[in-house]
Design a protein around this ligand. Structure first.
Ligand SMILES: *Cc1c(COP(=O)(O)O)cnc(C)c1O
Length: 231
């Protein structure tokens, strides 16, 4: 008999914590998608997650996403790219992913538009925002986004679905929560400023250490890695 991989044991407790956090803020668990981040584990573990019903999987490096997507070909997995996308990797990445969370410049958006047009597919994306202001972080600064609405509306293939952020590396719990609140408020403001056709329904925020705070502030996608795999 094969033993169940340990991560399967952590999946249910994490799902419960997500549901509890949702309930605590008057939301339902199905309003929040768990994106299981598989960057620490191999393709066999990723497959075990999918077999356990966790079908949204995230990778931060495009090459690793390609590798695992190939290894899991035929699994009904939705792949999420959650890390920086270099322009020379767009063409190979787009056909594999259901959502790119980490679009961090207009130049990248324009390049994705061009590739998606060539592939005749749509390209759902989130705009990564550097809410903590750390120099080492990718992402738009919060002030940069307001003027982009007109341009984004014209794109025929890129579909901007919402915003993404990571709390600052050194942010204490209350500080992380304020950063998530800031992202939600930015989304609300852009939704009033930008053309109606741009629907910013998604907020990708919250990781192992802070996903409950993110859910309290309106996260619709939480990206959880280490706590799924901790023994
Ligand atoms: C690694 C990673 C995660 C998951 O982090 P954990 O703390 O391990 O849950 C989430 N988002 C991004 C962008 C990551 O790179």
């Amino acid at each position: 008999m094969n033993e169940l991989p340990p991560l399967v044991h952590n999946l249910e407790p994490i799902r419960h914590r997500i549901a509890d956090a949702a309930r605590a803020s008057g939301r339902t668990a199905d309003a929040i998608t768990l994106v299981a981040v598989t960057k620490y584990v191999d393709a066999a573990m990723a497959r075990a997650l999918a077999d356990a019903g966790c079908l949204d999987l995230g990778e931060s490096r495009p090459q690793e996403l390609w590798r695992k997507a190939e290894a899991l070909a035929g699994c009904p997995v939705r792949w999420h790219l959650i890390g920086h996308l270099q322009r020379n990797k767009i063409a190979r990445t787009l056909p594999l992913v259901s959502l790119v969370h980490s679009v961090d410049s207009l130049r990248l958006i324009e390049a994705i538009e061009t590739e998606a047009a060539g592939l005749t597919q749509s390209a759902p994306v989130l705009l990564e925002v550097n809410v903590s202001g750390e120099a080492a972080k990718h992402g738009f600064s919060p002030d940069e986004l307001a003027p982009l609405g007109q341009r984004l509306e014209q794109l025929a293939h890129v579909e901007v679905r919402g915003l993404m952020c990571m709390a600052g590396r050194d942010s204490a719990a209350d500080q992380a929560r304020r950063e998530f609140e800031q992202l939600r408020k930015l989304r609300d403001r852009l939704q009033t400023l930008w053309p109606d056709r741009l629907k910013l329904n998604e907020l990708s925020m919250g990781m192992s250490g802070d996903f409950e705070a993110a859910i309290a502030e309106g996260a619709t996608l939480v990206r959880i890695g280490s706590s799924l795999f901790d023994p």
